[in-house]
Design a protein around this ligand. Structure first.
Ligand code: ZN
Length: 391
């Protein structure tokens, strides 16, 4: 009897500790209830890479948050250490020297407007945050999925299009919308346009308010508008074209790494990938595209410059952003050509990202629309790359 009492006490204590570690949170999304477990796992060790040439380091999540506060870019490779081991050739492909599908691009470009961008970004920033492991982050990703699906459902019957959820170990999904190509022998080739949907408050990552209007609500909305006009214009690309909205970029490119790893394993031939991360802030500077020139594919980046010259109304300026500064880095690591455009030269970027002040009132929607023009040009031109005259 004397021995049983302490044993029962021990079991009860253990159960209380276990239950306390995993709280269940409910959140309402368009009248649907999403339940997510908020795991207190900030003492888990993560394998973090901050430089291409340096070995990765094991860190606690709190140490990772310190990197976020310092503005150090990083890739969390804990679950994807083998990314880039299948596609051996990192040699760049040839891209056309100049654009050639002006008529097709203008058919979609003339449908672009800031109206829907404003509406969708207002909704998207109204979630408390879009942190990848929070109930709010789960809810925002479901809202976005439904919005993309609603647009896709309006397509004419001859447009072959699908919208898929890409599920992860955490609660926020990534989303992939795909236009099938007309050449059915080339289903494994794909052109990708991406942005990340998650946001983070660097002072209170798991539960702080983080509207993430610019980072990266702007890129999310920019490519959503490009997607909308392609759907409504009846886009039938020659090669498949996909739009990706990644989860968990702020946690070390987790969503894009998981997708890139899957594509690599499936031996998909990613023709080209263009990342849009922060497209809305101009401040009091003259407008330009920031074209990232480090850790990107050089030939593709040159082609993107020619697309900006042809299809947009503002100039570009070269800039550098360091290792793993957005999701294009996952595709590059997997061995595929990727490029990255941002709102300005890095030094003039929005100073309020990762805080409560990253709000919609500081953004310029006409600037974002220039990035949508580029996304449309990129989708159309590269979907014809196998028919284009090469250098
Ligand atoms: Zn970002």
């Amino acid at each position: 009897m004397n021995r049983i009492i302490p044993l029962v006490f021990l079991i009860i204590t253990f159960a209380v500790v276990l239950l306390g570690k995993q709280r269940l949170i409910s959140v309402s999304v368009n009248h649907e209830i999403v339940n997510v477990a908020d795991k207190d796992d900030c003492n888990n060790l993560r394998l973090i890479q901050t430089d291409e040439d340096e070995p990765a380091e094991w860190m606690t999540e709190k140490e990772v948050w310190k990197l976020l506060r310092k503005g150090t870019k990083f890739m969390d490779i804990t679950d994807n250490e083998d990314l880039g081991t299948v596609v051996k050739s990192k040699s760049s492909r040839q891209f056309p020297i100049k654009p050639s599908y002006q008529k097709e691009v203008s058919h979609y470009k003339e449908k672009l407007s800031t109206k829907y961008m404003k509406e969708s970004l207002k909704n998207f920033t109204s979630f408390h945050n879009r942190y990848y492991r929070s109930a709010h982050g789960a809810a925002s990703s479901i809202w976005l999925y439904k919005e993309i699906k609603r647009i896709a459902d309006r397509a004419d019957d001859y447009v072959r299009i699908s919208v898929r959820k890409f599920k992860h170990k955490w609660v926020q999904i990534s989303i992939i919308a795909r236009f099938e190509g007309s050449d059915r022998n080339k289903e494994d080739q794909v052109v990708i346009i991406g942005a990340h949907q998650d946001s983070v408050n660097m002072w209170m990552p798991t539960n702080g308010r983080s509207p993430g209007a610019d980072d990266d609500g702007s890129g999310t909305t920019t490519i959503l508008e490009a997607f909308r006009v392609l759907v409504e214009g009846g886009f039938k690309p020659h090669l498949p074209v996909e739009f990706h909205w990644y989860s968990a970029e702020e946690a070390g490119l987790l969503g894009s790494q998981a997708i890139a790893k899957k594509y690599e394993r499936q031996h998909k031939d990613v023709i080209a990938m263009l990342q849009n991360d922060m497209t809305g802030y101009v401040g009091n500077r003259q407008e330009s595209f920031g074209i990232v020139t480090d850790h990107v594919d050089r030939n593709l980046t040159d082609f993107v410059k020619s697309l900006i010259d042809e299809y947009t109304d503002i100039p570009w300026a070269n800039t550098k952003c360091g290792y793993a500064c957005s999701d294009h880095a996952s595709w590059r690591k997997a061995g595929y050509p990727s490029a990255f455009v941002i709102e300005s030269k890095i030094d003039y970027n929005n100073p309020y990202i990762h805080t409560v002040k990253d709000t919609i009132d500081l953004l310029n929607f006409n600037h974002m629309l220039e990035f949508s023009k580029l996304a449309v040009g990129f989708a159309v031109e590269l979907s014809h790359i196998d028919e284009s005259e090469k250098i």
